[in-house]
Design a protein around this ligand. Structure first.
Ligand SMILES: Nc1ncnc2c1ncn2[C@@H]1O[C@H](COP(=O)(O)OP(=O)(O)OP(=O)(O)O)[C@@H](O)[C@H]1O
Length: 502
């Protein structure tokens, strides 16, 4: 019989410091079989660190863990896997030039005499992928997949080990709604089978839908564990940020520039081979133009083309002048900034300091008349960004990879703010960012728009698009399906256009 609702894992008195910084203080957690247990906390609260201790990536400075009633102290990730724990990390860890099947079975391939049997693992992977209902081919190279598809491969990889405890760290942040539904049904099946799920997410609706239990963490400390049935989103947010939040979308600010009727950007017949088909739109100074579409609709490729990262045809006019944007430096020189959806590959130099990352796209703003770097100006900008975006870092000199995921996202935004862009492209700017920090980012978007920056906002979160945009373009199948003022749109019409049922 499947065992449910009894304790499988306990953590007690867990402490962990990085240098002088205490990331976890006397943290505790109790996980039950057959239930989804969500960890909730602001960016930098310590959720991922706790999961790394649980899965043998880090060792705790002190504290105790027990699994199935026995002392559990993994020294390496392999120990955690052997003990029945599997984790899907927030940042992807797949190898691009291997196939989906090879990635799923990396390190535990069915091999004979030491030879990896590619055909066999492809067959096994296909069976697994089908049983999970994933829209992916086992023989495809991972490098050819979208980020969403890669995330689904990560999930398949974690499940291929048949673990008793599955840890999902922000698994839906790059999934479309329909892909997230696939994941939710997988989770339901796993819990029915008596597996325990530890779930990390910043999406409150999703948390309320999926969770059985919710533990709130703040500043590395345990705050409270609540059953989903006995709490509300408002209560959870208040416990998490330590204050009440009455609104999440800041109102429009009054315009602080002289508006003209001129289009700051005009895109005509933009096409990218196999990715974008004849896209046309305009945007005025101070306007926030939202882009909605399901994964693969072509939104991010439009943005990459505009930023000179993809070869394209068609015309891009800036201030009524045709500009061939052949590479990113031409885009930057013409005042375009780009917060990419993939911060790890395109947004940050992870080993460089926050100061370097924040100033690197705007070096001319930080050089002296003699052409030398003006370090004190750089430092000032970095400190300002840390404060303005509430980046959890004790100094601008630390490496970007020591920040939590959500705080790294804020550094990418800070980097483009430093360029003082006239047009700012934001591709999923709040991915992995907690509710309090989302409000800070939305306020900055409002402020930029009030000062005349045109914003192109790509987001898979409909409430975010509806809450911020002046107009929304809906894309599907590589082209534009609908453009309308936000006041004329509702979620049903947008989804109808995105699924081409208009
Ligand atoms: N290797 C490291 N070196 C130094 N500091 C670290 C390291 N790893 C994590 N930290 C710090 O520990 C704190 C907790 O980070 P952690 O990644 O656990 O947060 P999180 O709750 O998962 O946040 P997010 O929601 O943004 O993913 C952060 O302040 C982070 O900067």
């Amino acid at each position: 019989m499947v065992q449910k609702n009894n304790v499988i894992l306990t953590l007690n008195g867990i402490n962990k410091s990085f240098g002088a910084f205490k990331a976890l203080k006397d943290m505790r957690l109790t996980i039950m079989r057959g239930r989804v247990h969500t960890l909730l906390g602001e960016n930098g609260a310590g959720k991922s660190t706790l999961m790394k201790i649980l899965t043998g990536v880090y060792s705790a400075d002190s504290g105790e863990m027990s699994l199935n009633g026995e002392k559990y102290s993994p020294s390496f990730p392999q120990d955690a896997v052997a003990a029945g724990l599997s984790i899907v990390f927030q940042e992807l860890s797949l190898v691009n030039n291997l196939t989906v099947a090879q990635n799923i079975y990396a390190n535990h391939e069915p091999s004979r005499f030491g030879f990896i049997n590619d055909r066999k693992i492809e067959k096994q992977a296909t069976t697994l992928i089908r049983s999970l209902g994933l829209p992916i081919n086992a023989a495809t190279k991972v490098g050819d997949l979208s980020i969403a598809q890669r995330q689904l491969v990560e999930i398949a990889k974690a499940l291929s080990r048949n673990a008793d405890i599955v840890i999902l760290d922000e698994p839906t942040s790059s999934l479309s709604d329909s892909e997230a539904e696939i994941l939710f049904s997988i989770i339901e099946k796993l819990t029915t089978d008596g597996k325990a799920i530890i779930y990390i997410s910043h999406r409150m609706e999703e948390i309320m839908r999926l969770s059985d239990d919710i533990t709130i963490m703040r500043d590395g400390e345990y705050i409270q564990t609540l059953a989903k049935t006995e709490t509300t989103i408002d209560q959870l947010i208040a416990l998490m940020v330590g204050r009440r939040m009455d609104q999440i979308y800041p109102p429009k600010l009054s315009v602080k520039f002289i508006p003209t009727n001129e289009n700051i950007l005009e895109v005509s017949h933009l096409s990218v081979a196999g990715k974008v088909n004849d896209v046309n739109f305009q945007v005025k100074a101070g306007e926030i133009l939202g882009f909605f579409g399901l994964v693969g609709a072509g939104r991010s490729d439009v943005m990459k083309a505009l930023f000179g990262m993809l070869p394209h045809s068609g015309e891009i006019k800036l201030h009524n002048k045709s500009i061939p944007i052949k590479n990113a430096s031409i885009a930057i020189n013409h005042g375009i900034g780009f917060v990419t959806e993939n911060r790890k590959e395109e947004g940050l130099v992870l080993l460089a300091s926050l100061r370097h990352n924040i100033t690197m796209a705007a070096l001319p703003h930080f050089t002296t008349t003699g052409g030398l770097m003006n370090m004190s100006k750089e430092k000032k900008q970095t400190d300002k960004a840390i404060e303005q975006l509430a980046i959890r870092a004790y100094s601008g000199e630390i490496a970007a990879n020591t920040l939590s995921g959500g705080n790294q996202q804020k550094v990418v935004l800070a980097k483009w703010l430093a360029t003082k862009p006239k047009i700012l492209i934001l591709d999923e700017p709040t991915r992995g960012v907690d509710v309090g920090a989302k409000f800070e980012i939305y306020s900055i978007i409002r402020e930029l728009s009030a000062n005349g920056t045109a914003i192109l906002l790509v987001s898979s979160e409909l409430p975010e698009l509806l809450g911020l945009s002046d107009r929304i373009i809906v894309m599907a199948g590589k082209s534009i399906q609908a453009t309308a003022n936000t006041t004329e749109l509702n979620p049903q019409r947008i989804m109808a256009a995105a699924t081409r049922q208009l």
